[in-house]
Design a protein around this ligand. Structure first.
Ligand code: FES
Length: 176
Protein backbone atom coordinates (compact mmCIF):
# COMPACT_ATOMS: atom_id res chain seq x y z
CA UNK A 1 0.00 0.00 0.00
CA UNK A 2 1.28 3.46 -0.91
CA UNK A 3 1.02 5.95 1.93
CA UNK A 4 0.53 9.64 1.24
CA UNK A 5 -0.22 12.58 3.46
CA UNK A 6 -3.30 14.62 2.63
CA UNK A 7 -3.11 18.32 1.81
CA UNK A 8 -4.37 19.06 5.34
CA UNK A 9 -1.68 16.83 6.84
CA UNK A 10 1.01 18.64 4.86
CA UNK A 11 -0.30 22.01 6.03
CA UNK A 12 -0.20 20.79 9.63
CA UNK A 13 3.32 19.49 9.12
CA UNK A 14 4.44 22.88 7.79
CA UNK A 15 3.00 24.53 10.92
CA UNK A 16 4.86 22.03 13.12
CA UNK A 17 8.13 22.64 11.28
CA UNK A 18 7.71 26.41 11.72
CA UNK A 19 7.79 25.98 15.51
CA UNK A 20 11.38 24.72 15.52
CA UNK A 21 14.67 26.32 14.44
CA UNK A 22 15.58 23.08 12.64
CA UNK A 23 13.60 20.18 11.30
CA UNK A 24 14.81 17.29 13.47
CA UNK A 25 12.69 18.11 16.57
CA UNK A 26 9.60 17.97 14.35
CA UNK A 27 10.03 14.19 14.05
CA UNK A 28 7.93 13.35 17.12
CA UNK A 29 4.85 15.47 16.28
CA UNK A 30 5.00 14.54 12.59
CA UNK A 31 5.09 10.84 13.47
CA UNK A 32 1.99 11.59 15.50
CA UNK A 33 0.31 13.21 12.47
CA UNK A 34 1.21 10.06 10.52
CA UNK A 35 -0.17 7.71 13.15
CA UNK A 36 -3.41 9.67 13.33
CA UNK A 37 -3.70 9.43 9.55
CA UNK A 38 -2.74 5.78 9.01
CA UNK A 39 -3.33 4.20 12.43
CA UNK A 40 0.30 3.13 12.70
CA UNK A 41 3.82 4.09 11.67
CA UNK A 42 5.08 0.93 10.00
CA UNK A 43 8.38 1.08 8.05
CA UNK A 44 6.65 2.45 4.93
CA UNK A 45 5.07 5.26 6.94
CA UNK A 46 8.40 5.96 8.66
CA UNK A 47 9.94 6.30 5.18
CA UNK A 48 7.20 8.75 4.19
CA UNK A 49 7.90 10.84 7.30
CA UNK A 50 11.62 10.81 6.56
CA UNK A 51 11.06 11.90 2.96
CA UNK A 52 8.57 14.59 3.99
CA UNK A 53 10.99 16.05 6.55
CA UNK A 54 14.06 15.40 4.40
CA UNK A 55 15.66 13.48 7.27
CA UNK A 56 17.52 10.14 7.28
CA UNK A 57 15.21 7.14 7.51
CA UNK A 58 17.43 5.76 10.29
CA UNK A 59 16.67 8.80 12.46
CA UNK A 60 12.89 8.49 12.03
CA UNK A 61 13.10 4.74 12.59
CA UNK A 62 15.09 5.24 15.79
CA UNK A 63 12.54 7.70 17.18
CA UNK A 64 9.56 5.52 16.24
CA UNK A 65 11.16 2.42 17.76
CA UNK A 66 12.01 4.17 21.03
CA UNK A 67 8.43 5.05 21.99
CA UNK A 68 5.84 2.34 22.56
CA UNK A 69 3.15 4.97 21.86
CA UNK A 70 4.02 4.74 18.16
CA UNK A 71 2.56 1.58 16.66
CA UNK A 72 5.06 -0.07 14.32
CA UNK A 73 2.41 -2.31 12.78
CA UNK A 74 -1.33 -2.25 12.22
CA UNK A 75 -3.27 -2.48 15.46
CA UNK A 76 -6.83 -3.17 16.45
CA UNK A 77 -9.42 -0.44 16.70
CA UNK A 78 -8.78 -0.36 20.45
CA UNK A 79 -5.31 -0.90 21.86
CA UNK A 80 -5.34 -2.00 25.49
CA UNK A 81 -2.02 -1.27 27.23
CA UNK A 82 -1.98 -3.13 30.52
CA UNK A 83 0.64 -1.88 32.96
CA UNK A 84 2.54 -4.61 34.81
CA UNK A 85 5.23 -2.40 36.29
CA UNK A 86 5.88 -2.54 40.03
CA UNK A 87 2.81 -0.88 41.57
CA UNK A 88 0.42 -2.40 39.08
CA UNK A 89 2.13 -5.78 39.36
CA UNK A 90 1.76 -5.76 43.16
CA UNK A 91 -1.92 -4.82 42.80
CA UNK A 92 -2.73 -7.61 40.32
CA UNK A 93 -1.63 -6.25 36.94
CA UNK A 94 -0.69 -9.73 35.70
CA UNK A 95 -4.05 -11.11 36.80
CA UNK A 96 -5.74 -8.40 34.71
CA UNK A 97 -3.49 -9.09 31.72
CA UNK A 98 -4.14 -12.85 31.85
CA UNK A 99 -7.84 -12.25 32.33
CA UNK A 100 -7.95 -10.06 29.23
CA UNK A 101 -5.93 -12.64 27.27
CA UNK A 102 -8.56 -15.25 28.16
CA UNK A 103 -11.50 -12.95 27.47
CA UNK A 104 -10.17 -11.76 24.11
CA UNK A 105 -8.71 -15.14 23.08
CA UNK A 106 -5.32 -13.63 22.26
CA UNK A 107 -1.93 -13.32 23.90
CA UNK A 108 -0.21 -10.03 24.69
CA UNK A 109 1.20 -8.47 21.53
CA UNK A 110 -1.62 -9.91 19.41
CA UNK A 111 -4.75 -8.53 17.76
CA UNK A 112 -8.16 -10.18 17.70
CA UNK A 113 -9.27 -11.67 14.36
CA UNK A 114 -12.07 -9.12 14.07
CA UNK A 115 -9.53 -6.28 14.33
CA UNK A 116 -11.25 -4.81 17.37
CA UNK A 117 -8.61 -5.25 20.08
CA UNK A 118 -4.85 -5.33 20.43
CA UNK A 119 -3.45 -6.23 23.83
CA UNK A 120 -0.08 -5.06 25.12
CA UNK A 121 1.92 -5.36 28.31
CA UNK A 122 3.54 -1.99 29.02
CA UNK A 123 5.83 -0.31 31.49
CA UNK A 124 4.74 2.32 34.01
CA UNK A 125 2.23 4.81 32.63
CA UNK A 126 2.63 7.22 35.53
CA UNK A 127 -0.60 6.35 37.32
CA UNK A 128 0.97 4.12 39.97
CA UNK A 129 -1.30 5.49 42.71
CA UNK A 130 -4.33 4.15 40.88
CA UNK A 131 -3.00 0.66 40.18
CA UNK A 132 -3.75 -1.63 38.56
CA UNK A 133 -4.53 0.28 35.41
CA UNK A 134 -4.59 0.17 31.64
CA UNK A 135 -4.66 2.71 28.84
CA UNK A 136 -6.96 2.67 25.82
CA UNK A 137 -5.25 3.62 22.55
CA UNK A 138 -2.81 6.19 23.93
CA UNK A 139 -5.66 8.09 25.56
CA UNK A 140 -8.13 7.12 28.28
CA UNK A 141 -6.77 5.64 31.52
CA UNK A 142 -8.84 3.03 33.30
CA UNK A 143 -7.76 2.97 36.92
CA UNK A 144 -8.34 0.68 39.92
CA UNK A 145 -9.00 -2.24 37.57
CA UNK A 146 -10.79 -5.36 38.62
CA UNK A 147 -11.63 -8.35 36.42
CA UNK A 148 -15.26 -7.18 36.44
CA UNK A 149 -14.26 -3.68 35.36
CA UNK A 150 -12.09 -5.14 32.60
CA UNK A 151 -15.04 -7.25 31.40
CA UNK A 152 -17.33 -4.22 31.37
CA UNK A 153 -14.74 -2.24 29.48
CA UNK A 154 -14.37 -4.86 26.73
CA UNK A 155 -18.14 -5.31 26.44
CA UNK A 156 -18.65 -1.54 26.12
CA UNK A 157 -15.88 -1.14 23.56
CA UNK A 158 -17.34 -4.00 21.51
CA UNK A 159 -20.52 -1.92 21.29
CA UNK A 160 -18.42 1.06 20.20
CA UNK A 161 -18.86 2.86 23.51
CA UNK A 162 -15.87 4.24 25.38
CA UNK A 163 -17.08 4.51 28.98
CA UNK A 164 -16.47 7.73 30.81
CA UNK A 165 -14.15 7.07 33.66
CA UNK A 166 -13.69 9.08 36.78
CA UNK A 167 -11.19 11.91 36.53
CA UNK A 168 -8.78 11.58 39.41
CA UNK A 169 -7.09 14.73 40.59
CA UNK A 170 -3.42 14.61 41.40
CA UNK A 171 -3.03 14.62 45.22
CA UNK A 172 -1.14 17.91 45.36
CA UNK A 173 -3.52 19.78 43.10
CA UNK A 174 -5.94 20.57 45.92
CA UNK A 175 -3.36 20.89 48.67
CA UNK A 176 -3.56 24.12 50.65
S1 FES B 1 3.28 0.94 37.89
FE1 FES B 1 1.47 0.95 36.67
S2 FES B 1 1.18 3.06 36.30
FE2 FES B 1 3.05 3.03 37.39
Amino acid sequence: MAYEFTKEDLEEIEKIKAKFPEVMPATLPVLWVAQNRFGHVNPDVQRLVAETLDLPEAHVHGVAEFYTQYYKEEKGKFVLDVCTCLSCQLCGGYDILEHLEDKLGIKKGETTDDGMFSLNEVECLGACGYAPMLQITNDTYVNHLTKEKADQLVDSLRKGEVPEYEQIDMPLRNAK
